[in-house]
Design a protein. Structure first.
Length: 126
């Protein structure tokens, strides 16, 4: 059964309620490739396959603290500017770690995979 944004939200609501999240929360729903991503408030998200209509299990295996540590080490070893403000966003393949997020230009983004290896980095031009 194919899933649309309504079915994706229904599945996410069921999963959110089993996780203790409020049913009267703010939601943001986006379609990425064949996956509906339902964001509940700012800290919780669920993925639903559009083609099968099934909830996709969370594959997050790397702790956020470890991802931040790996990104910092990578930045320092590659002479990249590592300064506050920091952001961490769980993603499909790992963590997106940001540094210098409060700056106007020069923000750093480092993608850390679930296996603990840095996949890529980007620096926003000034």
């Amino acid at each position: 059964m194919a899933a649309d944004e309504i079915q994706a939200l229904e599945l996410a609501l069921g999963a959110a309620s089993s996780n203790g999240a409020l049913r009267r929360a703010s939601y943001f729903i986006v379609l990425n490739d064949d996956e509906w991503v339902v964001h509940v408030e700012e800290s919780l998200s669920f993925r639903v396959s559009q083609s099968t209509g099934m909830l996709i299990p969370d594959d997050q295996r790397l702790d956020a603290t470890e991802a931040l540590r790996i990104a910092r080490e990578y930045a320092l070893n590659h002479q990249l500017r590592w300064e506050p403000a920091f952001s961490l966003e769980p993603g499909r393949g790992g963590w997106k770690v940001g540094a210098r997020q409060s700056q106007l230009g020069g923000q750093l983004s480092i993608d850390v995979g679930h296996d603990g290896r840095v996949v890529a980095h980007r620096v926003n031009p000034k």
